[in-house]
Design a protein around this ligand. Structure first.
Ligand code: NAP
Length: 289
């Protein structure tokens, strides 16, 4: 039987992908989940899949690590230093090539040529590594997860304070729920026909923060005011409101001002079905249940 390997299996996207693979009928024994921290594997052990150690940052990640894997979900490393991240990615591609992995689905970044965020280059370079290796592939170019732009803590905070801050200058943004990406991963790993394709997995309906403020107001039943201002002012306002930690997320917004998040694509809708795409409003409803 085809062995499907899932790197980053202990992470949110990896675990969700494994759940969708099993839901789609893949036998757990045909899934190999890779971890770097055994303490995080308890939930995966219960699913009955094979678990294998594999840390991209270690030279010990080699062809033995990926031996026997046919189709591999390569979840990008979470290393912050871009050059180290690239070295880790090269190690994965090299190990896959040596191990005879026949297919890689790589979770990169949507519209990487159209962003001023440096991580676009990391993902593009990784795509080229995979192409240069000769291994068949699907590039699963991800937008930012809704849960990252709009975390549960942030939403609770916004409902409590009646304010949502943005420094996006009113540009449209792609909000895609992480679980939608997990479904998409499971689909390409189990369905022939996506080989050689580069999928721009943004949503086909980007939203502004004014839309999000309106969703927050209607779901919570309280008016939520949108405050558009520079990151430094947001920092001062958040500090005054008692939550400086949220600043990190607002700094991310600046990366959207070049319009990167406004690019649309039907690739995700084609993969998982238009009606299955989770809207930000549904995510907010989930958080506030
Ligand atoms: N599209 C977005 O909005 C977005 C946002 C954040 C991150 N990302 C990227 O998408 C990936 C998946 O996101 P996620 O939400 O599932 O993140 P996550 O929950 O942090 O999971 C990342 C997974 O990758 C594993 N991992 C990271 N670096 C590794 C390495 N050097 N060697 C082996 N395993 C490694 C982690 O292992 P541990 O469990 O041991 O940490 C974890 O299993 C992230 O790694 C990051 O590259 C995307």
């Amino acid at each position: 039987m085809t062995k499907i390997g899932v790197l980053g299996a202990t992470g949110l996207l990896g675990t969700a992908t494994i759940n969708h693979l099993i839901e789609q009928g893949v036998t757990p024994a045909d899934i190999v989940g890779f971890y770097r921290n055994e303490n995080k594997t308890a939930g995966l052990k219960q699913l009955g899949l094979t678990l294998r150690y594999g840390d991209y940052s270690q030279p010990s990640f080699n062809s033995d690590t990926l031996a026997g894997i046919d189709r591999l979900l390569f979840i990008s490393s979470s290393e912050e230093d871009n050059l180290v991240r690239l070295q880790e990615h090269l190690r994965v591609v090299n190990a896959a090539k040596q191990a005879g992995v026949s297919y890689i689905a790589y979770t990169g970044m949507a519209f990487p040529n159209d962003t001023s965020m440096p991580m676009g280059n990391v993902h593009l370079a990784t795509e080229y590594m995979i192409k240069a290796s000769g291994i068949n592939f699907t590039m699963m170019r991800n937008s930012f997860y809704t849960e990252v732009i709009l975390s549960p803590e942030e939403v609770q905070f916004e409902v409590k304070t009646g304010k949502i801050f943005s420094n996006t200058n009113g540009v449209k943004l792609n909000f895609v729920a992480r679980d939608d990406y997990a479904k998409a991963n499971a689909k390409v790993l189990t369905t022939p026909g996506y080989e050689g394709r580069t999928l721009e997995l943004g949503s086909n309906h980007p939203y502004t923060f004014a839309d999000i403020a309106s969703d927050l107001s209607s779901v919570s039943g309280h008016p939520i005011e949108l405050v558009e201002e520079p990151a430094e002012q947001i920092e001062r306002d958040l500090t005054a409101l008692g939550d400086k930690n949220a600043l990190f997320f607002y700094q991310l917004h600046a990366g959207y001002q070049d319009g990167w998040g406004a690019h649309i694509s039907n690739d995700l809708a084609d993969l998982i079905g238009e009606n299955n795409i989770t809207t930000p409003k549904q995510t907010i409803q989930d958080y506030l249940k």
